[in-house]
Design a protein. Sequence first.
Lengths: 190, 235, 389
Amino acid sequence: MKARIFLLFFALLSTSCMQHTVVTSGQQTVKSFIINPTNQWNLIPKQFSFAGLPAWTVDGGSLNSLIFISEISHGDTLLPSTNDKKLDTYDKDMLPNEIIEFIESTLLIYTDAKITNRGTLRPIKIGVDQGFEFEFEFVKNDEVPRKAYIAAASKNEMLHLILFQATKIHYYGHLIDDVKNIISSAVIKT
Amino acid sequence: MNNIKNIFFIFLVAVIASGCATTRSFSSVDSLNQSYTKNISTIAVMPPDVTLSILTAGGALEPQAEWSIAALNNIDSSLVVIDNKRESDFVEYLRPDESDPIYKTIVEHEQLHRAVGQAILFNKLQYPLPTKKNIFDWTLGDGTKAIKDFTGADYALFIHVNDSYSSGGRVVLQLAAALLGVGVNGGQQAGFASLIDLSNGNVVWFNYLQRGVGDLRTETPALITVELLLDSLPD
Amino acid sequence: MLVIPSASYSFERLTPEFGSNYAPNLAKTEAGLWMEFSDHENQLKNSPVRINDIDLDGYLKEVLCKLALEYCEDVRVYVIRNPYFNASMAPNGMMQVHTGFLLRVENEAQLASVLGHEIGHFLKRHSIKSMEDTNTKSSFFAFLSLGVVGAVASGNMNADFGRSTLDLSNLILTGSIFSYSRDNEREADKYGIQLLNDAKLDINAAKEIWVNLIEEKKAASEDITAGSYFYATHPDPGERINNLESHAIALNRTSQTSIIKNKETYWEKISPILPIALKDELNLRQFEQTEYLFKKLLNNNVSLGLIHFYLGELYRLKEIEEEEHLIKEHYNKATEYEDYPAEVHRSLGLIDYKARNYPEAKGHFNKYLNMKPDAHDKEMIEFYINTGA
């Protein structure tokens, strides 16, 4: 009986409301990013988002999501470390090519994702900050193939990046222009 | 087994008590894409993806080929019965040869469909997306045009059934999983059917097999199940 | 239970549990697994993680058929892009070999010893039997639930829960090298070496794989992560090696054994997957393990330009001051070989750029772009060239 009560209590604690909420359109701050989305996005509850990071979706996380990663300092891992996975760490002097290596390694170790096709890696500005964008295709095991777009910049020796992922068929192409629009007017807070 | 049932019950209470649960009646989605008015003339029935498993006393899920094949056969014969009552025709769809490029296209879209189906279950029925409250615009994209050319049909019917049976009736694992704070294992324990407009890939109709109803293992109940599953399937 | 062989042990041959061209009786568990895996197989065949090299597939099938003989048509091999050392066999005859496995095999005889081991599991229907065993079933369910929790905790980039649970449970369902009972492992080892010998390949190869893995594990003492199935699930290899040695001795007494390894053939056929396999291995950031492995690969005398490049990459990423000289040492060595990768110059360029040696950096970046005019990062490299002071 005690065990049951404990389980009930535990269950009550852990079942906080796990629902998606609307991301209202208009300028707003997500972590270190100031961005201006249109009104089609939903905020994914932390329990379901990738690595518990702030993430938005239009059609559901398994079809597409926009993930925000902020203020990665020298020596930090890209994603919250778990005990059993030893992840690569960020170095403030990394050039964009090296940051891609850092991301690719992290994705492989953390989630078994393999990059299957590399798209263009080019310099861009995010607000006033010099950064880069990178497009690639990836897959996890035999799941539905996906495509991703990263926009990142280093500011004050910290890395900030936005990652958009979607199914390669249809959903990536459907939303990438909207995502690039968001990036083109994004600013990283000082 | 009893222990597991008790835990499920407790978690169920917990969810309801937390005030966050919506009532979990998984009936067919009503507010679909109402804007389609085209006449449906031909429907290609994609080979149903059916796996029926038994949940053993030890808690293992054992796929049962006999059940699954019986279910497949029952679905097939049910579809024939239903076809006769309908205006539009079910078209038999034969899987192309592996060397044919359309084979890969079809496999890719079946794979995408599974992901889209799961997204509908997860993001429409269980953890709804507020932006989709009155919209149903899930789609496979217009890559399906190639499938339309190949099959000669206007629409495709996908049926996915992954279901488990235990001796005491169905055990819905997904609810427990959801209550443990993890995502719903919708693909494993759900039955869903969808109708795809092959000219643009849009899901024009979607239904979820309501738990507790029907048994796909034997013919007569299977027919009822399939009829229910395809109940509101547009003529 | 198999008895551990003694000095006067004589080798008794094993036989298959079913005839060739087998299709299981629908009513049984087995048929359910066959069906489940046929669906899985269709997805896998067309997945981007499957490496689709016709020559390599043909070679693997050839080796498989040397071993499996009349069961040749019952088994299909797929090369899967995965950096971990593993090979697995599904109950329906679908075999997967990981690129991480192919990288660690030294010759055809070693390849055949593991394929033979997997065929042994298949012919003795071990995965079916373990599904039917009650102990395995309960833990399977627990594992399945764990899989769901694990999937979220490790943060799937998507909510593809239904299928991903099945993927996680693959380890048990499909019967990898590591997931059977000790008796089944012993039996498969024995069957494998029997098949190896029948195929007239070097029977000492069977134990070599495990000896090598122990060596690698010793070298990698700092790198143990639970993500590596090898470290998490590997049964004690000591006993295994002893048994394989005993089997080899017993076989030697009664039959004509061979020392054929076919090393050159093996490396010729494997070479197309090396670039991707080496990169994935390095991406694990397990430097000690990888260093050991890459150095060992130099001994094969193939793709040396590529391997020296990756050794350079390893030291570049490792960032240990005392080893800094090794970076350029290996890149420079790579350039001595005809087919060295253009990326050598990109990496040298990055190093020079960061050290503010801009003229040298430009030289290397330009060389990279000359060698690879359609590089995906061309615009980025041009940016470095233009912004170097």
